[in-house]
Design a protein around this ligand. Sequence first.
Ligand SMILES: Nc1ncnc2c1ncn2[C@@H]1O[C@H](COP(=O)(O)OP(=O)(O)OP(=O)(O)O)[C@@H](O)[C@H]1O
Ligand SMILES: [Mg+2]
Length: 543
Amino acid sequence: MDKTQIKVLLVDDDEDDYILTRDWFDKFPESEFQLDWVDSYTQAMTAIALQQHDVYLVDYRLGNRTGLDLLRAAIAKGCVAPIILLTGQGDQGIDLEAMKAGAADYLEKSQLGAPLLERSLRYAIERQRAAQKIREQAALLDLATDAILVRDLENQIIFWNRGAELLYGCQKEQAIGKNASRLWQEQDLQLFPTALSTLIAQGYWQGELQQITSSGQEIIVESRWTLIHDFAAKPQSILVVNTDITQKKQLEAQFLRAQRLESLGTLASGIAHDLNNILAPILMTSQLLESQLEDARSQRLLSIVITNVKRGANLVKQVLSFARGMEGERTLLQVRHLITEIRQIIKETFPKSIEVETILAPDLLAVLGDATQLHQVLMNLCVNARDAMPDGGILTISADNLTIDENYAQMHLDAKVGSYIVITVADTGMGMERDVAERMFEPFFTTKEIGKGTGLGLSTVLGIVKSHNGFIDVDSQVGKGSQFKVYLPAVAATVTSENEPTEFLSGNGETILVVDDEAAIRDITQTTLETYNYGSTASFMVN
Ligand SMILES: Nc1ncnc2c1ncn2[C@@H]1O[C@H](COP(=O)(O)OP(=O)(O)OP(=O)(O)O)[C@@H](O)[C@H]1O
Ligand SMILES: [Mg+2]
């Protein structure tokens, strides 16, 4: 105990008793105790309300009230300082009642002396300080964001902090005494026996657990278990600290997927770039020959070459576009028009067993984008939805405004705080297994028969959406259907504009410098330019 003054208030209606008590105080070996005295119940209540004393010594007899009445009234008023009850002879039998009411101690005056009184005062204060410390620690545990709980070896909850209430959606009053298996479910039950034997052997276990809360939410927690022993060193209970890492894990998975897509994209784009360099001179040469070889047979053959080279070039363009991101035009456009257009195409071309619904927010914001590319995005998603519903179903296209806040932005790698529009393409088709959903955005990944799908649809969709600074969210359930949500940054404007057609212009003998690292491309570009009336050109090799 430190040497600060301890103020004691004696509540006793007998002055002789006060004098006697004061004498005992004078005999205490340490002089840090200071004694005050009041002689009535009312004065005592006033003094207690002022909270200026560290401990109260209360006589049982207080006129027409008792010390027990005072004790109960003081505790009801929130008094936390210890109250020691004093009784004369003949008041026995009330000690138990006094303890139940919250008395720190119960002393018989007839047996009291200076040493006993001093010890009782010191113990009362020490106990009160210890209790205060425990209260503070419990409050600290409630401040922690982690779920902290203690369960006994039968899995019954005996401690449950505020973090646990929030994580598992269950109040302390309901959780205490319940079996943990009724508050959440472990997904990986096989892990449990090993975890428990490690805990028993080493006193500690740490690992990741996938759980389902009673509201059906799937969570991942980093769990730390510590074995608590009783006085006889027998294992008694388990202290569990669970940190919610669901969001972190989801971001990690998103990041890994993005990285895998990026490296696949780099690989595909490398091949596509080389192919492009092979196809470009073939196309240019054929087009040039077309205008020079006029016999019908050559024209027919050249047209076959040109059509096929164009097909090849288109495929290459598609690969390059998702790998490198697309440039494209950026005009202000209303997605509403796009969706109406798509709806029309679907109605005319999709099987009648597929019902189409469109739900558009009336005040839908505009986006800055390339109409052709966004058309392609929606068309790809709708065709996938059609393919997922061979026996028919409902295809819903909806569009809405959405404000993304800090919380949401943290959950998705590419999301930023701000205004978005979200276009949802939902089907009631076959849905996807986890392994398909994991890989659907990979270039050339398809589950369709050979010749039915190239597996470039979704990679192109992702490429376009990314180049529009947007992102995609997919939700799919096997047998129930899939939902693709495309988020695009919104612009606060409602103007629309059309793409203007481009025209091929002839030159007037201007000189043009052609720079390319491929000799064939340099040559053919030079020849083409000259054919279209541009002046003599020079070409250079660059590395
Ligand atoms: N709405 C959907 N429902 C169920 N599975 C889908 C859906 N959309 C995509 N998938 C799955 O993702 C795979 C990849 O889709 P993606 O559009 O990239 O290629 P594809 O449709 O197979 O071929 P392509 O689009 O090039 O013709 C599909 O083969 C299919 O397994
Ligand atoms: Mg597709």
